[in-house]
Design a binder for this molecule. Structure first.
Ligand code: 13P
Length: 258
């Protein structure tokens, strides 16, 4: 039976300039200082990564980026490399977020290169997968999840999977900043996680699938975190809007601790 520390990650998206980011990190650090049963990660925008990283040194909060290029360096105007992220103490990197797929036309092949690059640079990818509303209404959820996982995890080994987290982010449940947006029900989320874990056991094996952390993202907030996190196979959360407020995010961490 798989039993692992829950991962609660804040995806601040394109929010918070440096001073605001640092003060949020400072507040959060105090609020979650006793968290032991949950692993806490904060993913600020690139410009605030270094300053937030400094603020979080000697805390129990880890640093993550929201994206990266797959090359270590080169002529890629406007992009950020895994080496740069490593050099400022990043441990995690979110890859394949639906907002990157939708607004920046990132496809599975590109995301696969990024996953491979992250792993070879010893960064832990949080790989996002999830169906959109149309796909869900057409009952294509399973097909979409399997295609994304199959493509994005090409050439990733069972051993490397120890460092990969999958985030199930049904696109229709993502708040896009609306605090009243509806999350997936915990039952729907549990079903999505089961589909993902089952498919991982097909492309890898059962043990690898059971040991892979699969976290839920899409309007997770203090009000629904406990319910979602108590469901079988939900190993944490990737939190957008509710993570912008340190107190709300700390409440979600608390829900994961129990
Ligand atoms: P919300 O929590 O705002 O729905 O965002 C989820 C998400 O996209 C996290 O990556």
């Amino acid at each position: 039976m798989h039993q692992m520390k829950k991962l609660i990650a804040a995806n601040w998206k394109m929010n918070k300039a440096v001073p605001e980011a640092v003060s949020a990190a400072e507040e959060l650090k105090k609020l979650v200082k006793n968290a032991k049963n949950a692993e806490v990660v904060v993913c600020p925008p690139f410009t605030a990564l270094e300053a937030v990283g400094k603020e979080l040194k000697k805390s129990n909060i880890k640093l993550g980026a929201q994206n990266m290029h797959f090359e270590g360096s080169g002529a890629y105007t406007g992009d950020i490399s895994p080496l740069m992220l490593k050099s400022i103490g990043c441990e995690y990197v979110i890859l394949g977020h639906s907002e990157r797929r939708e607004f920046f036309k990132e496809d599975d092949m590109l995301i696969n290169k990024k996953v491979a690059s992250a792993l070879s640079h010893k960064l832990k990818p949080i790989l996002c997968v999830g169906e959109n509303l149309e796909e869900r209404n057409r009952h294509w959820t399973q097909e979409v999840l399997e295609k994304q996982l199959n493509n994005c995890l090409q050439n990733v080994t069972k051993k490397q999977m120890k460092n990969v987290t999958i985030a199930y982010e049904p696109v229709w449940a993502i708040s896009r900043g609306d605090p009243n947006h509806k999350a997936a029900t915990s039952k729907d989320a549990e079903e999505g996680h089961a589909l993902i874990r089952n498919f991982l056991s097909i492309i890898f094996d059962r043990k690898t699938a059971e040991n892979t952390r699969i976290i839920y993202g899409g309007s997770m907030k203090p009000e629904n975190a406990k319910d979602l996190l108590s469901r079988k196979g939900i190993d944490g959360g990737l939190v957008g809007n509710a993570s912008l407020n340190a107190k709300s995010f700390a409440e979600i961490v608390k829900a994961a601790e129990n």
